[in-house]
Write a protein that binds this ligand. Structure first.
Ligand SMILES: NC(=O)c1ccc[n+]([C@@H]2O[C@H](COP(=O)([O-])OP(=O)(O)OC[C@H]3O[C@@H](n4cnc5c(N)ncnc54)[C@H](OP(=O)(O)O)[C@@H]3O)[C@@H](O)[C@H]2O)c1
Length: 341
């Protein structure tokens, strides 16, 4: 089978398409023929070992996890002895977790992994990037922000993968949502249900005073210190990205001037929690409460270009990578594909 692998850390060009043995499912495992996965900024960080801390668990001198990718959307093509949750032919989506390895034509997963059947009528390919966005945004909005009806929630980087899902989830939990993004993303934000839009190139959301219960920086480009005045008393600032500022705050009680701040590491949640949340995602998809936002679709053989594109940090929603088995849909442009799904 074909995989996108790297044998050294570096720029996008270190990734090569190589042949590997197709895995065989053992007891309790399923073999998924991957149709789509995604490239994210987290993949780029692993690819280049930047920040350095990546090397502590990804391999000090060379990448131990040489096939990146966490999300998969595909079809079960074989099951090992004892598997009861899945059968051959099931359309599935989910994530591979700490072992990564999703950028491959086939992936073996335990049947207890964060993997669920795709609801009838939901297209497979756009789900290639959805569990990353959802499994990051959901814990921030529901658990850390505890967003409830009537809350005013501001989302910075609202057009990012995580941000676009956070907008939809904050609306789902009944909040009044202010989306902050570049002006070209205004229409998308309105489509996703945002009540207010701030063009970040024309206005600075940190100029607001005591306006928000929750400020969620989905792209980690702001700081607690600058954002705190925009929070209501008792409000909380949440960020996806580590910084000395947020570490300092969390090490000293997570609170200053009656306002709270937190970095959460959603990727490190347990598999059982992720699985439970993927079942909730399925319900939200069936009800039409959330949808995948696909920026572009790249075939596997353009994986280097996909990494270059993601690193520009201008995308809206997810960059999906399709495996050769799913080549046919690439005759559709990303926009047509979205309309179809
Ligand atoms: N804490 C965790 O456990 C965890 C888990 C997953 C991901 N993450 C992190 O979450 C972050 C977001 O990931 P993602 O995949 O959603 O990002 P993404 O989709 O790659 O982000 C692209 C977006 O970034 C926005 N952007 C770029 N520069 C900006 C700036 N200076 N201010 C505001 N927005 C800016 C752009 O918005 P405009 O085009 O509208 O300007 C674009 O829409 C990444 O850093 C990732 O590593 C953390």
């Amino acid at each position: 089978m074909k995989v996108a692998a790297q044998n050294r850390y570096g720029g996008p060009e270190v990734i090569e398409i190589v042949e590997r043995a197709k895995p065989v499912p053992g007891p309790g495992e399923v073999l998924v023929e991957v149709h789509a996965s995604t490239v994210t900024l987290a993949d780029c960080a692993f690819r280049k070992a930047d920040p350095f801390i990546v090397r502590l668990f990804g391999g000090l001198f060379r990448p131990k996890l040489d096939v990146l990718g966490d999300d998969i959307a595909g079809v079960v093509v074989a099951v090992g002895p004892g598997v009861t949750r899945f059968a051959v032919g099931d359309r599935v989506h989910g994530c591979t977790g700490a072992s990564l390895g999703a950028m491959a034509e086939y992936v073996c997963l335990k049947e207890t992994a964060p993997l669920v059947k795709v609801p009838d009528g939901v297209a497979l390919i756009p789900l290639g990037g959805l569990s990353y966005a959802y499994l990051t945004a959901m814990p921030f909005i529901r658990d850390e922000g505890q967003v409830k009806p009537g809350d005013h929630v501001l989302i910075n980087g609202a057009a990012s993968s995580v941000g676009a899902m956070a907008v939809q989830l904050a609306k789902h939990f009944g909040a009044e949502v202010t989306a902050v993004a570049s002006g070209r993303h205004r229409a998308l934000m309105e489509k996703l249900g945002a009540d207010h839009f701030i063009d970040r190139q024309a206005n600075d959301f940190t100029d607001a005073r005591e306006a928000y219960d929750v400020v969620f920086d989905a792209v980690g480009k702001s700081s607690f210190a600058a954002s705190a005045p925009a929070l209501k008393p008792g409000g909380i600032y949440l960020t996806t990205v580590p910084s000395w500022g947020i570490f300092g705050l969390m090490l000293t009680g997570g609170k200053r001037g009656g306002k709270r701040g937190k970095l959460a590491t959603t990727g490190l949640r347990g598999e059982a929690d992720k699985l439970k949340d993927l079942h909730i995602l399925n319900t939200l998809l069936e009800q039409g409460v959330v949808r995948a936002v696909t920026d572009r679709i790249f075939p596997l053989n353009q994986i280097v270009e996909a990494h270059r594109y993601v690193e520009r940090e201008t995308k809206a929603g997810d960059v999906v990578v399709t495996m050769p088995v799913a080549q046919a849909p690439l005759m559709l442009s990303a926009r047509e594909w979205e309309t179809e799904s």
